[in-house]
Ligand binder design. Structure first.
Ligand code: HXC
Length: 521
């Protein structure tokens, strides 16, 4: 190559490198220092920590904002967001990472376009999309263009829901549109102490409602993982959030077209589980840690609990059985006696639909007396919310196995996926009981007149309760009518579950034509 061409080329590549470096510097040293001082990583550091080493490929490096009106003289390298793709455990993922050091990570039209481009690419190629959110919401200077940008993101969040996994990390003070996009995705993970989610911040609230509230009290990770249920997980810092996302993805397929990845296990499939008998108390009223039951049953005691601090009366999460990823739904007798209430119904229904979207079989462990009684629950719409669970189970076409551990009463019997609601296999332990009501409640209703008329009401009542128990406090009445496929020895539970999962491996369940169902929201 002639010398003058070579030097011309060198000049051009030097300019290219300088432009790239300018983008990579983000909002400058002072803002990066502030980010670090708050215990946060920068947008690029986060991508490095999330992805397998040296696998990140950046897209849209030189994109700039539209430069009109209030943005005319504003410098925003890279448009405040880093986008591209890379690998996690060797599998492709697409990622966007908002840069708070540039205009507070606020979203303008071109910032949104960078995000929607990787969302589109994720769907076209069938790979998860991960959003690392650290954004003050719509970019004020861009007016309706910023709102339109959010519209384009939300639209895709909705249309791509159930197509590829969408995961959101909340890694800063996310406001307005910056929280509605995560809320439309499958999983939301927050960093403790440095991330917040709110529609209107403390100052606006003070001026409108006169309420005094801090960022943490309004929308910190504790609020959203325990109270509102908006976030599924919290981790101690950015690095913890990113590690958690890597682990979460290990249970999920790349898209709805695939099955979740099998992971061979050294945990024997026929491993006996006699220790279960010392955990589950035969007295129906004695609580026990359901989480221990799950851990004993699954491969290597690994239960990846989702929403662990929200609606603790129901447990949901991922695990593996014989290497096969499954979703587990289980009543938790340690909290509100394992009854179903509004939050538990929402939590479980959402999880069931997530499993069904991404081809994870569902294993349901039942120990439930019913829906939580109370005026507050009725007035807040337990009927509408409980119906979501019925709907979600019936709608799900993935393999569904139900194991009744102790009691399974009334509406909750159906809401925990009975055979009539579409369970493929229903198993029960000898300790189980299926009935419309518990013995005392049933007796007081059915034999009220007889008890009132009796000269020894207490004796009559106790005798009727005993009669009822003999009839219904066992699995055989239900098994005799075909509602239970088998009554099994608790120590063989793992073997039974894995065997039935294998049998259901190629299950197909065609449904009548519809545009889409209308789940009661
Ligand atoms: C443009 C913004 C911005 C915004 C902050 N900045 N918010 N720029 N648009 N929305 C800029 C600041 O000017 C500052 O620039 C830098 O980002 C950092 O902001 P600070 O306020 O210094 O940071 P901090 O003290 O950490 O406070 C963060 C914050 C606060 C809590 C997020 O900035 C804030 O309340 N911002 C406004 C949030 C908001 O109301 N957004 C609109 C929501 S409505 P310099 O140059 O000094 O670094 C919405 C519409 C869509 O999103 C709704 C759809 C449903």
């Amino acid at each position: 190559m002639p010398d003058d061409t070579l030097s011309w080329m060198n000049e051009l590549t030097a300019e290219m490198e300088e432009r790239r470096k300018r983008v990579e510097r983000g909002g400058g040293e002072a803002r990066v220092r502030k980010q670090h001082k708050l215990g946060k990583m920068t947008a690029r550091e986060r991508i490095c920590a999330l992805l397998d080493q040296d696998t990140f490929v950046e897209l849209g490096v030189f994109v700039e904002h539209l430069g009109v009106e209030m943005m005319r003289d504003v410098d925003a390298p890279g448009e405040g967001v880093v986008t591209g793709y890379g690998k996690i455990d060797g599998r492709t993922v697409f990622v966007f990472s908002q840069d708070f050091t540039i205009l507070g990570g606020s979203l303008g039209k071109m910032h949104a376009q960078k995000i929607t481009k990787v969302m589109d690419a994720a769907v076209r190629t069938g790979a998860p999309i991960i959003g690392l959110n650290d954004s003050a919401g719509a970019r004020i200077q861009e007016g309706v263009d910023a709102l339109s940008g959010y519209g384009e993101v939300f639209y895709r969040n909705a249309i791509y829901s159930g197509v590829v996994p969408q995961i959101s990390a909340i890694l800063g003070p996310c406001a307005g549109g910056a929280v509605y996009s995560p809320a439309l995705t499958d999983f939301v993970v927050m960093a403790q102490g440095s991330s917040y989610m709110f529609i209107t911040g403390p100052e606006v609230i003070r001026s409108v409602t006169k309420e005094e509230v801090t960022f943490e009290e309004l929308g910190g990770s504790e609020v959203h993982t325990r109270l509102s249920g908006v976030a599924h997980f919290e981790a101690e810092d950015d690095a913890g959030v990113l590690r958690l996302i890597r682990r979460l993805l290990s249970y999920l397929p790349q898209s709805a077209r695939e099955k979740p990845p099998l992971r061979p296990t050294d945990d024997p499939e026929a491993r006996e589980t006699p220790e279960l008998l010392s955990i589950v108390h035969p007295d129906q009223r004695r609580p026990y840690p359901m989480v221990d039951v799950i851990r004993i049953l699954v491969d290597n005691a690994e239960f990846f609990e989702i929403h662990p601090d929200f609606a603790r009366n129901i447990l949901v999460g991922f695990a593996r059985l014989g290497g096969q990823p499954v979703g587990v739904v289980a009543n938790n007798p340690r909290h509100l006696a394992g009854t179903l209430n509004i939050d538990a119904s929402d939590k479980a229904a959402r999880f069931i639909r997530t499993c069904d979207s991404f081809n994870l079989p569902i294993v349901t462990l039942v120990d439930v007396t019913g829906f939580l009684p109370g005026v507050a629950q009725e007035h807040a719409g337990i009927i509408r919310h409980g119906a979501k669970m019925l709907y979600a189970y019936a709608e799900a076409t993935v393999p569904k196995i139900t194991l009744i551990i102790r009691k399974s009463y009334g509406g909750a019997y159906l809401a925990m996926n009975s055979v009539d609601m579409g369970a493929d296999v229903v198993l029960a332990w000898p300790t189980s009981a299926v009935a419309v009501l518990g013995a005392e409640g049933a007796t007081d209703i059915v034999y009220r007149r007889e008890i009132q008329a009796s000269r020894t009401p207490e004796v009559t009542r106790n005798s009727r309760i005993e009669d009822y128990r003999r009839k219904f406090d066992n699995p055989y009445w239900a098994a005799g009518r075909g509602y239970i496929d088998d009554v099994i020895d608790p120590k063989d539970t793992r073997r039974h579950l894995i065997r039935h999962l294998r049998m259901l491996e190629n299950k197909e369940e065609p449904r009548p034509f519809k545009k889409h169902g209308n789940i009661p929201l």
